[in-house]
Design a protein around this ligand. Structure first.
Ligand code: C2E
Ligand code: CA
Ligand code: CA
Ligand code: CA
Length: 275
């Protein structure tokens, strides 16, 4: 029994080493991938459900891995955040989004997800100003998506940063709304222009009366605070119809379009999506 115990312990220890080693490998692979230009942007439309026209676009990063193929952000953003690689990653995303945007119709804005370390980083406003100037863009064409949890860790600093970005002319969106812990009094103090209802509340809208009530109250809140409200993860006509009935007509989701490479996205801009 004693021997079995020892060998089990050794096995466990080697397992830990293997985990740590794999993590290090993944980290250096990701660093290499960023440096070697393996990141890609896909773009998912935000659609006005009443006209079926594209009213905005969210940039979503992917990693074109030489061996694994297209890796989704759920599999590498957390690692990037833990290792500091999120800074060069966010810089790359912002650069690529602005480069694309510079060739798009001027009424289209692009939304970019800003992770906590980038949001808190020094001189974000100035760095964004240099970026948009370099691409000849107005700051109002860039929407910065932030989450409640980022703002709750240091609310005072977070609100100051939001005001700074807003004064520089950027648009601010609160992503995954409803999943964090911000109180209504906080949301009132955030200088936002948009709330995005998390897809967790959209999924069961048809069958779950509580979710419907929650979504209705988020829409009411948005209207009270004079914010645009976007529903995420709209997959069915039933969900779309309920959202419209509740007063939310800007939708993002597979019902309308998946995240697309730029050429496919460009084909959708300007024309109404098929019903
Ligand atoms: P998110 O910001 O909430 O982005 C929306 C996610 O929902 C995207 O997943 C999108 O493909 C997916 N989605 C859109 N419509 C539907 C739908 O109808 N049904 C379902 N089931 N899913 C839908 P994606 O691209 O895998 O991104 C996942 C998350 O990774 C994002 O969630 C965001 O938090 C993060 N992320 C993506 N790109 C970036 C980036 O450039 N920077 C940072 N910091 N985070 C990013
Ligand atoms: Ca987002
Ligand atoms: Ca979201
Ligand atoms: Ca999310």
């Amino acid at each position: 029994a004693k021997r079995a115990g020892r060998s089990q312990y050794r096995y466990f220890d080697e397992g830990l080493n293997a985990v740590a080693r794999e993590r290090l490998e993944r980290e250096s692979e990701l660093r290499h991938g960023i440096e070697q230009g393996q990141l890609r942007l896909h773009f998912q439309p935000k659609v006005d459900a009443t006209t079926r026209r594209v009213v905005g676009v969210e940039a979503l990063v992917r990693w074109q891995h030489p061996r694994l193929g297209l890796v989704m952000p759920g599999d590498f953003i957390a690692l990037a955040e833990e290792t500091g690689l999120i800074q060069p990653l966010t810089d790359w995303v912002l650069e690529a989004a602005c480069e694309a945007l510079a060739h798009w119709p001027p009424e289209v804005a692009v939304s970019v997800n800003i992770a906590a370390p980038s949001f808190a980083g020094a001189d974000l406003g100035e760095r964004l100003d240099a970026l948009v100037a370099r691409h000849g863009l107005q700051p109002g064409r860039l929407v910065l998506e932030v989450t409640e949890s980022m703002l709750m860790s240091d609310t005072t600093a977070g609100i100051a940063r939001l005001h700074e970005l807003r004064e520089h002319g950027y648009l601010l969106s609160l992503d995954d709304f409803g999943t964090g812990y911000s109180s209504l009094s906080h949301v009132k103090r955030f200088p936002l222009h948009e709330l995005k209802i998390d897809r967790a509340f959209v999924r069961d809208l048809y069958s779950d009366g509580k979710d419907r009530a929650l979504v209705a109250s988020i829409i009411t809140l948005a209207r009270l605070l004079d914010l645009q409200v976007v529903a995420e993860g709209v997959e069915t006509e039933q969900q779309a119809a309920i959202l419209c009935e509740l007063g939310c007509t800007v939708h993002q989701g597979y019902l309308y379009a998946r995240p697309l490479p730029e050429p496919a996205l460009l084909a959708l801009l300007g024309a109404a999506l098929p019903p």
